[in-house]
Design a protein around this ligand. Sequence first.
Ligand code: 6GU
Length: 225
Amino acid sequence: MRIDVLTLFSDMFASPLDYSIVKRAKDRQLVNIVLSNIRDYASNSYKKVDDKPYGGGPGMVMMCQPVFDCLENVKKQDENPGRIILLTPGGRKFDQNLAKELANEKRVILISGHYEGFDERIRIGTNAEEVSIGDYVLSGGELAAMVIIDAIVRLLPGALGDEYSAANDSFSDGLLEYPHYTRPEVFRDMKVPDVLLSGNHKEIEKWRKQQALEKTKTQRPDLLS
Ligand code: 6GU
């Protein structure tokens, strides 16, 4: 899979994508993450990528020209057209289902903005889908892009050591995940539940299912309806 990111701050991506599962997936060539700097495409001599909003108001708006030129260049670097996603707090909310959908694509192009937002003609002219990672406002789309990349990449076949880990994840069956324990059996008077030490796999399965349900009921009742 190829993931393109169009950003003003490509350096921000180095460290978060160089650890753990994402790093391993890159090393195994399950994913090729290509960063493009929008500013490199600014045609004006000041490398300006933002300007004041028409109609007035605070903040700066991402200009059309650098984004369109960057996107057109990036698109033609690979034969797969790719799904084009504009990262904005006003978009469709990212969730595990969308992560699964995107993990099945051959190519995804993420456009990360900064400042007050994008010139609306970027959305209209690129036909991009708008995606948000939640109901809060970030200073830019970079962290959102990294969140989305992480959620996608760990779903790629071969990215996780144990193929079962993703199947048991929270949300994968509509429930939160059951609680886990590891050694020691007792830590500061807190004991591992007996059933997990019983060796009775049927009972363990039953307990985990019931715990997942309980947890979902208290923490996220919205998932059950
Ligand atoms: Cl994708 N961008 C920004 N700036 N803020 C957000 C977001 C995206 N998703 C949630 N908040």
